[in-house]
Design a protein around this ligand. Structure first.
Ligand code: SF4
Length: 200
């Protein structure tokens, strides 16, 4: 299979994940934002984080976010970690509509793959994501396990927390370890382009 066909198949799956906007009243970009703010960690739930994740401008990201706030899906607060930034959190309404997420069809399809195939597929997609990010100068999103800044092994000793982030120098709780992070960096010495981390 040639590379063009592979890219078309990935783009096709992405369109399915966006839905047609009729069943739920949410457009593909609104679904993308809702998913992002539901699965990103507290350091990444900012307008600039979503703009970087979605590969769009801050202006476009702000419009999408404003709409979701007005419709009751997101709530905006000043970040407790950085008083200059805002943080966006999903509301109960956002968590409720998540059961209608058109991406569920893709999750089921991934679930149906044999475990070995799924692991190899995930590795391949991560490599493609890193290649695209490197070519376009964007960030590579990831989770704590496997990040070069991840510290701790789950044990408390010498008054250190069981888990911590060396990038922001803050303790982490177990639930945060599987959340998407804009500050993620690979553990193998690879580098990534830093997004604009100024005030959101
Ligand atoms: S350890 Fe890495 S992925 Fe986890 S919060 Fe810190 S920078 Fe983000």
């Amino acid at each position: 299979m040639n590379s063009r066909v592979i890219a078309e198949l990935i783009a096709h799956l992405g369109r399915i994940a966006g839905g047609d906007g009729q069943a739920t009243g949410l457009t593909p970009v609104q679904w993308a934002a809702l998913r992002y703010f539901t699965h990103a960690n507290r350091f990444s739930r900012t307008p600039s984080g979503f703009a970087a994740f979605h590969g769009t401008t801050r202006g476009t990201a702000s419009q999408v976010i404003k709409n979701l706030i007005a419709r009751g899906y997101l709530v905006q607060t000043r970040s407790p970690d950085d008083g200059r930034s805002v943080r966006l959190d999903p509301t109960e309404m956002a968590r409720t509509i998540a059961s209608k997420d058109p991406m569920a069809a893709l999750v089921e399809a991934a679930d149906a793959l044999p475990p070995g195939v799924r692991g190899a597929f995930a590795t391949t997609l991560r490599q493609m994501q890193a290649n695209v990010a490197a070519a376009k100068g964007g960030p590579v999103f990831g989770i704590c396990r496997g990040c070069r800044y991840f510290e701790g092994d789950g044990c408390c000793r010498d008054e250190l927390p069981p888990y911590a982030c060396g990038f922001v120098d803050q303790p982490l709780v177990e639930d945060e370890l599987e959340e998407l992070c804009i500050n993620y960096a690979t553990n193998d010495g690879g580098t990534r382009a830093r997004p604009d981390m100024g005030p959101a």
